[in-house]
Ligand binder design. Structure first.
Ligand code: NAG
Ligand code: NAG
Length: 350
């Protein structure tokens, strides 16, 4: 009888531990905008074919009068209000050059509904639907910053016929893309800290553990999730004061929860991709548009060595390497205008 009791107690403890383990892996549900207890809806939104809403913000000339229409795709831990190419140009620059920019919240960020099946492909189709509902016409430009590069690669792969041109700003790279030489990815891997390597393995192989990993207290979590100062270069540190204006609105970035915004970004960016970006065909074989990739040579987040391989393999990409630049370089004075002048055929750009 006693033995039986001990055995029973043991089983109960095991079950309790199991339940605790399962619960600590399950992220809390997102606080959906516009639902009771959720954040308010303040931005215009479109409804996608699967019922999700996508929030957006417009800049520059009206889309009806625009010569150039650009969809901007924001970076990690930022949202539609952080449209660097619209916010960092001189006042009047967009208007003078007939430029319209729409930035939108990627799913789970800001006021866009979460999408747990988000992928490079669904991101591309979200962009297509945004363009069509806003009546941007048969062709438009896309500019994606950092983690927003997921969506630009998706657009280049799945809807290249809709593009007038594209720009990637220090886009996220994924060491598992097959075209990267193993020797180089191993070399970079061995330079990372144990914590970063472990976080990367979880993100790639067991993404369902990522929520637990980022929220446990036993081990140190990744520098990126904590925005630790080690991710910034000297130029980035000098540009940080320019981002101080974000204080007034940045709490809206992940107001629906971090899992479907930040963690989903990592899972998509560093997960298993449906294609290899370095096998994408030139979308403009007749030179009717251009694709640009900008990268600082002092970027502490995205390894320049991998970006150089991409530029080598995709000879149709116009590669711009900026000496001394870190990950925040599009915020530096004049850079956003230069990026736009390279992408758009602006007559006598001024
Ligand atoms: C388009 O431009 C015309 C002429 O400058 C202006 O009158 C009109 O209000 C503009 N339309 C929109 C929607 O901004
Ligand atoms: C963000 O901050 C503002 C003012 O500081 C506050 O009114 C608002 O409720 C906050 N929103 C969230 C989602 O925390």
């Amino acid at each position: 009888m006693k033995k039986c009791l001990v055995g029973g107690a043991f089983i109960i403890v095991l079950i309790a531990l199991g339940v605790w383990a399962i619960i600590s892996c399950i992220p809390p549900p997102s606080k959906i905008c516009g639902t009771p207890g959720g954040p308010p809806i303040t931005a215009p939104r479109i409804r996608l074919s699967d019922g999700r809403y996508l929030a957006y913000e417009e800049h520059g000339v009206s889309r009806q009068n625009a010569t150039f229409k650009i969809i901007f795709i924001h970076a990690f831990a930022t949202f539609r209000r952080d449209a660097v190419i619209a916010n960092r140009v001189r006042p009047g620059f967009l208007e003078k050059n007939g430029i319209y920019v729409v930035s939108y919240d990627r799913p789970g960020y800001g006021e866009s509904d979460p999408h747990s099946r988000r992928s490079e492909k669904t991101l591309a189709h979200d962009i297509q639907q945004l363009a069509d509902q806003l009546q941007l016409g048969s062709k438009f430009y896309v500019v994606g910053y950092s983690m927003g590069g997921q969506a630009v690669w998706g657009v280049l792969k799945y809807i290249p016929h809709r593009l007038a041109g594209a720009t990637l700003l220090c886009p996220v790279t994924n060491s598992w893309w097959p075209s990267f030489p193993d020797s180089l990815t191993w070399e970079l891997w061995n330079k990372q800290t144990k914590t970063e390597r472990f976080a990367m393995l979880i993100t790639h192989h067991t993404p369902w553990l990522l929520y637990w990993w980022n929220h446990q207290k036993l081990f140190q979590t990744s520098a990126v999730m904590q925005s630790s100062p080690t991710i910034f270069s000297p130029q980035d540190m000098a540009l940080l004061p320019k981002l101080a204006v974000r204080v007034s609105y940045k709490n809206q970035t992940t107001q629906q929860g971090v899992h479907e915004s930040l963690e989903r970004d990592l899972i998509v960016g560093f997960g298993k991709w449906g294609f290899d970006p370095m096998k994408i065909e030139n979308p403009f074989p007749k030179g009717e548009g251009s694709v640009h990739l900008w990268q600082g040579d002092d970027d502490r987040l995205v390894p320049i060595q991998l970006q150089r391989i991409i530029a080598q393999k995709l000879s149709w990409i116009k590669y711009h390497e900026i000496p001394g630049a870190g990950h925040l370089f599009p915020n530096a004075d004049g850079v956003a205008e230069t990026i736009l002048k390279e992408l758009l055929p602006i007559p006598q750009a001024s």
